[in-house]
Design a protein around this ligand. Sequence first.
Ligand code: ZN
Length: 62
Amino acid sequence: MKVKYFCGCYTDSFPLFGEPDECFSEGEIEVDEEEWKDGSVTFRCPSCGHLLCQFEGHFYKG
Ligand SMILES: [Zn+2]
């Protein structure tokens, strides 16, 4: 099944001044339906490299 993901992670470390940059990478990925039901889907963001976990709310159905 296909779900959408949105990263939203902060990229790199916090700067000395101002707000850290957020990663706005999003897209559609194919996930295992059993994993989705378990809430255990993970996906490595192709943009910033953070590991996105389903329980953190990075995925949603389109
Ligand atoms: Zn990212």
